[in-house]
Design a binder for this molecule. Structure first.
Ligand code: WT7
Length: 676
């Protein structure tokens, strides 16, 4: 295959391509105990049996009332799964485990400071704490079914407690990643119309206690300026009984949760019987425009899907200790720290801090001490751990049976270190490909049934029927060596229901390219566009090449180029901004920013710093740019479009190709000189 065959643009164009590697087979010890070793699975989940096969997933849950219809397509493409069914997510993650497992640990919370020791929350205690906090949400914060609430909290046991208390009452939670800035948080408060914000006073990061409440004070001010007043700010204490923030409480707005909870000790709140199709949460993610979109996930479909994925792909058994090192503020944490594992009654680990704090052995010490046997993380963390402590895992006595990688392609070399050193050659690895929007996995190898292939994700998981189209909608056959746009032929229960408040954007973005009949109620007419370029090998394994849209994947997290550019444009001197992804050893990709100035202004290091800081202030540290280049002009087409492709090639020291058709070809060499 030559790189020229790839239809993808931007990210994919500069993606590193590697040779296909050999297969690795799951060890017999894993196969013997695997939850899924059923040779008929392919047949049972074949497309002609859609959508009935998804009943099997829903049956993993406890329902107040069974559904009337598995899939209701009447409002295509806003699918309604398990229509008419009634359930509660909090009940499924807590109450139903009490009869047999109330003394079992639901959550192991690992504080960053080792001397603080681990906190173990049993299912019974989770039940008590979720009930009390739900009573507070209902009676103090006056929240009810269907209201939205924004949660801006660090990794803590209180975060899932907060989410599950919302779910108990049918309140739609919108968790914003704790590391996001006040401004990013404010945008999400405004878009979801949250009048209540929930935060924590402080948390540890690299040994420092960060004042988090200060960020949310500012978020409240910014949100109000944009038209959404936060009338109640609920503040959890990192250390119950004392405040760990320098900010003072705002009278009439701020409520210290740990104090207020004293009024609710012993309170019990009956779970609200939610319709399967009612929303459970919003999760904001980046897209092509500057405005993040709120992916709306439903209750029954989402929970059924993540529970099934946790059981069959994560292979979680009741006695397992499962550690997903993602942040709960991203979809991976929602699905695979909170909802999936808890719905199965497993023990889930929540680690507060940095994987390498205070030293490169920390993760493996946690694994050893808690006897973790399922481990889930992203290539960016694997690369970092390999760099700082390639020999550390061998020093610790832990045994993983199963490991996951997610979020971006993993280089075979890094995969092999993960397998041999972290997994000690005895764990299966699943490379799971999916998205915020998809709720759970799209592709993965079946850990007990299929071999692993370093650098590739697997075929579609049971029930997911992938298809790769070229730009004109022709199917690209497997094994052809050609890349195209990977789509999913069928709806599935984990898929988000719409973009909060913007159905048109939902339909256009995810279905616009290949739907030919917008009024069709037949699901076959609505293939789901993932926005990734991919190639399917002859064996059905899929290699993800990168985004086809304006999204940069930094450390496995999505950043919209428009978001970064809009942040740069808040600096008054800046006329134009263009951001491109640059390859990075640990993060995978890193944004690099080019800006041009308005007339009358001169470049200076101060101005470069001002722009760099504006991006961090507007979005957060994860968007920090490698460089800010102030250029005399942007390379442009004759119609005035900025040629990001050319800038990307310059940043990555690649071939800029033929630039003679540009309106200003001479600028290319000027920028090259500046950057090299
Ligand atoms: C984008 C989704 C839900 C996972 C966390 C990120 C890329 C995701 C893989 C993988 C190659 C991957 C895709 C996708 N991606 N998993 N296993 N191999 N690429 O969720 O922030 O919504 O980003 O991450 O480009 O579209 P997200």
């Amino acid at each position: 295959m030559s790189d020229k065959n790839i239809v993808a643009t931007s990210d994919a164009e500069i993606a590193v391509h590697w040779q296909e590697e050999d297969y690795f087979y799951p060890p017999p010890s894993f196969i013997h105990q695997a939850n899924l070793v059923d040779e008929t699975i392919g047949d049972r989940f074949s497309l002609d049996k859609f959508p009935e096969y998804y009943k099997e997933f829903a049956e993993l849950l406890t329902w107040y009332k069974y559904w009337d219809e598995v899939l209701d397509t009447s409002d295509a493409p806003c699918w309604k799964w398990f229509r008419g069914g009634k359930l509660n997510a909090s009940f499924n993650c807590i109450d139903r485990h009490l009869t047999e497992n109330k003394n079992k640990t639901a959550i192991h919370f690992v504080p960053e400071l080792e001397e603080e020791r681990v906190l173990h929350v049993t299912y019974q205690e989770l039940f008590v704490r979720v009930n009390e906090f739900a009573a507070l949400l209902r009676d103090t914060a006056k929240l009810k079914r269907g209201d939205r609430v924004t949660i801006h909290m660090p990794m803590s046991a209180e975060l899932p407690i907060t989410m599950l208390a919302c779910a108990r009452l049918g309140i739609i939670h919108s968790v914003v990643f704790g590391g996001f800035s006040a401004s990013a948080c404010a945008d999400r408060i405004v878009d979801s119309n949250s009048r209540v914000l929930i935060t924590m006073d402080a948390y540890y990061r690299s040994g420092k206690l960060l004042d988090h409440k200060a960020v949310d004070d500012e978020a409240c001010v910014l949100a109000e300026k944009e038209g959404q007043k936060v009338d109640t700010l609920l503040v959890w204490q990192r250390y119950p009984g004392r405040m760990s923030t320098k900010t003072s409480l705002v009278g009439g707005r701020d409520i210290v949760v740990n104090e207020e909870l004293k009024n609710y000790y012993g309170a019990r709140v009956k779970p609200v019987q939610m319709l399967a199709e009612e929303p459970l949460f919003l999760m904001y993610t980046s897209g092509t425009t500057g405005k993040p979109k709120g992916a709306q996930h439903g209750t029954g479909g989402y929970l059924a899907y993540v529970t099934a994925m946790s059981k069959y792909i994560q292979d979680i058994h009741p006695e397992d200790v499962y550690w997903c090192m993602a942040d709960i503020g991203w979809i991976t944490g929602h699905s695979f720290i909170v909802y999936g594992p808890l719905a199965l009654g497993a023990s889930t680990v929540i680690y507060e801090g940095v994987p390498t704090y205070p030293d490169a052995g920390r993760c493996w010490r946690i694994a050893q001490d808690l006897d973790v046997n399922i481990f889930h993380t992203a290539p960016t963390a694997i690369r970092a751990l390999r760099k700082v402590g390639p020999d550390e895992p061998a020093k610790y006595n832990y045994h993983f049976k199963h490991m996951t990688t997610v979020g971006e392609p993993i280089e075979p070399e890094v995969w092999k270190w993960y397998h041999k050193v972290v997994g000690k050659g005895k764990a299966v690895i699943v490379d799971t490909y999916w998205q915020t929007e998809t709720g759970g996995f799209l592709c993965a190898s079946l850990p007990g049934m299929q071999p692993m292939k370093p650098g590739s994700t697997g075929p579609g998981v049971p029930g997911i029927h992938t298809i790769i189209f070229d730009e004109n909608g022709n199917i690209i056959p497997r094994g052809s060596g050609k890349a195209g746009n990977i789509c999913i032929q069928n709806p599935w229960p984990g898929c988000f229901q719409t973009i909060w408040g913007n159905r048109k954007r939902f339909v256009d973005t995810y279905f616009g390219m290949y739907n030919k009949n917008p009024s069709s109620k037949d699901w076959r007419d609505w293939p789901y566009l993932t926005g990734d370029a991919a190639m399917e090998a002859a064996d059905g394994y899929i290699r993800i090449l990168g985004r086809i849209d304006d999204v940069i994947n930094v450390s496995g997290h999505r950043l919209g180029t428009k978001e970064i550019e809009s942040a740069a444009l808040t600096v008054p001197e800046i006329a134009e901004a263009a951001v491109v992804p640059v390859a990075h050893e640990i993060k995978g990709k890193e944004p690099e920013l080019y800006v041009s100035l308005k007339p009358g202004f001169d470049p200076s290091p101060e101005l470069q710093k001002k722009v760099a800081d504006a991006v961090v202030t507007q979005i957060g540290k994860i968007a920090r740019c490698k460089n800010v280049w102030i250029v005399p002009d942007m390379p442009k087409t004759r119609s005035g479009k900025i040629m990001r492709r050319v800038l990307g090639a310059i940043s990555n020291r690649g071939d800029v190709g033929n630039v003679m058709t540009l309106a200003n070809p001479e600028i290319v060499d000027q920028i090259k000189d500046m950057v090299s």
